[in-house]
Design a protein around this ligand. Structure first.
Ligand SMILES: O=C(CO)[C@@H](O)[C@H](O)COP(=O)(O)O
Length: 235
């Protein structure tokens, strides 16, 4: 049990700290965006509390839930100190059901991120995928960034849309129509990186479109870029 509590404490710290990347890269306003991380080996996840300002987030305020989004209280005695505020007033993020659905149906995923970053959300509002016209997109997304269906918040609809869209794609990002990007990764940090990259390419391709029609990249070259970046780059 102490190993589990230590792991939870570590994931709380990591998930909390990663929210600072969302503000650093200006992917969120007010409280509208969230990061979660899976507790490896357990049907548990850690996610931001709903409606708490990014400046006020601490590891203790992160909420532990099961993979149906139900809070699990009392995870509070890791060897590094008290780690659960036990504050019953704090609800997990309103996007918890979507994150939880992804963890239940994509066992390889260790982190999920949602933002309403401006350019990616502008593409989502038009329901148009971002075409793969940049080598950076070939590297990171292995093709276009797809659009998922319109879905209302509150049940499994958003999660289903994310999973159905991403299971047929190399992309770790999906633009949920009229809503915004959700990204996944083997870790929460990788999911945050995908959110940062998604906004960057959404902005660049949008600007390119203002100048004319972006040039497509051959599928074979996209596959080559993706293979190198995923398997060779940085190793
Ligand atoms: O898209 C929405 C609401 O439309 C959500 O992303 C919320 O804006 C997230 O807020 P928290 O519940 O995570 O604070």
């Amino acid at each position: 049990m102490s190993n589990l509590l230590d792991t939870i404490a570590q994931v709380r710290r990591e998930v909390c700290e990663l929210h600072a990347e969302l503000t650093r890269y200006q992917l969120v306003v007010w409280t509208a965006g969230n990061v979660s991380g899976r507790i490896p080996g357990h049907d548990l996840m850690v996610i931001k509390p709903s409606g708490v300002s990014y400046d006020d987030l601490t590891p203790e305020l992160m909420v532990v839930t099961d993979l149906y989004g139900t809070p699990v209280r009392g995870m509070n005695t890791g060897s590094s100190g008290t780690v659960d505020s036990g504050n019953p007033d704090l609800s997990p993020s309103s996007d918890t059901a979507a994150h939880a659905y992804v963890y239940r149906h994509m066992p390889e995923v260790g982190g999920v991120v949602h933002t309403h970053s401006t350019y990616a959300t502008a593409w989502a509002a038009r329901g148009e995928e971002i075409p793969c016209v940049l080598t950076m997109m070939g590297d990171e997304f292995g093709g276009p960034i797809p659009v998922g269906p319109f879905a209302l918040i509150g049940d499994d609809s958003i999660g289903q849309g994310i999973v159905e869209t991403l299971k047929n794609s190399n992309s770790p990002a999906v633009l949920m129509q009229n809503h915004g990007p959700f990204t996944i990764g083997k870790s929460a940090r990788e999911a945050v990186k995908a959110a940062v990259m998604c906004e960057e390419v959404a902005r660049t391709v949008h600007i390119s479109r203002q100048l004319g029609e972006p040039l497509p990249i051959d599928q074979a070259k996209i596959e080559s870029l993706y293979d190198r970046y995923q398997n060779v780059y940085g190793r």
